[in-house]
Design a protein around this ligand. Structure first.
Ligand code: HEC
Ligand code: HEC
Length: 286
């Protein structure tokens, strides 16, 4: 009788092992040469974005910002680099083959900055979400809450303000409504861009008011899927990132170990119960 129990355990273990290994191959790991990315970044980007992408207020935004990295997925970051922000000093790097052909390496390098953050979690942007806010009220709110830092028309640095050009058509047309909304909700830790969401916010806006501001910014440019999704990147990456060896993987590992242990205990227990029952039946029938 016992051999069945061993076969059962062996089968179950193999099954669990194979599902584990599948898990690790389907993880959204960033494919890119981090050290090549670092070299490219230091030659092409650091003059403005500074070493390690720490940014310089009023000159170039911080790229190693944990909230920026959480809201902007790989796909968006690539588009930001390749399309640039026409009308600002951020040139479109698609015309620079050295950068364009190795853009994955740069993104991988940028992602490597966030490995230190235990709570780093990629936000899944909802590309279908529309704010449906009131553009007039949004404009009024923008003048009151945003213009001082982003410029009266959202021109950004060119207006001598510390905030980026969020009214710039090239920016607005590349991001879905949810990108702007998430930035308002979360803010950008360590920068002048604070959260506007409820109790956490410095200057609070209600959910509807945030939607109104998003609707107003949307009037500056429609979300342009064509620009935002170039042929080589047909689908936006919205899945969460798990770094191999990073802290984020630990909860998953614990979960897998926990589930495996529980499953094994259940199997062993139920098999032994069946075993006992069968023996009982055999004894009774004697
Ligand atoms: C001449 C200065 C300059 C150089 C060089 C430069 N950038 Fe920028 N970058 C900027 C500015 C300025 C902005 C913000 C523009 C705006 O929206 O107002 C920006 C924006 C960005 C953004 C979007 C950030 C955000 O907060 O949304 C990314 C990503 C970025 N740059 C990456 C790069 C990378 C990667 C390189 C090198 C390949 C690079 N940049 C080179 C000036 C520069
Ligand atoms: C006190 C100054 C300040 C105020 C007020 C402010 N911002 Fe910002 N905002 C910034 C700065 C600075 C950044 C760029 C942060 C960085 O350098 O990484 C930013 C970034 C952003 C971004 C990201 C842009 C990008 O390039 O990815 C959005 C969107 C944004 N702000 C929207 C708003 C809106 C809408 C309001 C008004 C409700 C607002 N901000 C109010 C300073 C401000």
């Amino acid at each position: 009788m016992n051999y069945k129990l061993y076969i059962g355990i062996a089968l179950m273990t193999t099954l669990l092992m194979s599902s584990c290994s599948e898990e690790s191959t389907t993880q959204n790991l960033i494919i890119g040469d981090v050290s090549n990315g670092k070299t490219l970044f230091e030659t092409n980007c650091a003059a403005c974005h500074q070493m390690d992408g720490k940014g310089k207020t009023g000159f170039a935004p911080s790229l190693n910002n944990i909230d920026f990295l959480a809201i902007a997925n790989d796909h968006l970051i690539k588009r930001f680099i390749l399309e640039g922000r026409p009308g600002t000093t951020m040139i479109p790097f698609k015309s620079n083959p050295n950068v364009a052909e190795n853009v994955d390496d740069i993104v991988a390098y940028m992602r490597s900055w966030s490995k230190d953050f235990a709570l780093y979690e990629q936000i899944s942007l909802d590309y279908e979400w529309k704010s449906n806010g009131d553009t007039d009220n949004g404009k009024a709110l923008f003048v009151n809450y945003c213009a001082a830092c982003h410029g009266a028309e959202g021109q950004g640095y060119s207006a001598g303000v510390p905030g980026t050009g969020i009214g710039n058509a090239s920016f607005v047309s590349m991001v879905p409504d949810d990108y702007i909304k998430q930035t308002l909700v979360i803010g950008r830790v360590g920068t002048a861009m604070k959260s506007f969401d409820g109790a956490k916010g410095v200057a609070n806006l209600t959910n509807n008011e945030m939607n109104d501001v998003v609707a107003f910014l949307r009037t500056k440019g429609a979300y342009n899927k064509l620009v935002a999704t170039a042929a080589e990147n047909s689908e936006p990456t919205t899945a969460s990132y798990t770094f191999s060896g990073g802290l984020v993987t630990i909860p998953y590992l614990l979960l897998i170990i926990g589930v495996t242990t529980l499953a094994l205990i259940t199997i062993i227990y139920s098999l032994s119960v069946i075993n006992k029952l069968q023996r009982g039946i055999v004894q009774e029938s004697r």
